[in-house]
Design a binder for this molecule. Structure first.
Ligand SMILES: [Zn+2]
Length: 67
């Protein structure tokens, strides 16, 4: 995906934005896919989720901020 010249968008996400009692946040991911990869590792370590359920993935995608 191309965002134009020079200024690149960054992707941010906070666990608390999907109702998790968790202070984890991701900042400065370059792509949504990169953010999801980081989040999968976090979900496994912090939330004991080997796989993130599809409905949670949908929620996450709705709450990703592009800055
Ligand atoms: Zn979390």
């Amino acid at each position: 995906m191309v965002f134009g010249f020079g200024r690149k968008k960054k992707f941010e996400f906070q666990c608390s934005s999907i109702g998790m009692n968790c202070g984890f946040e991701i900042k400065n991911a370059s792509t949504e896919d990169e953010l999801m990869e980081i989040l999968k590792i976090h979900a496994k370590k912090a939330h004991g989720l080997n796989e993130i359920p599809q409905d949670v993935i949908n929620k996450i995608r709705q709450n990703i901020k592009k800055v």
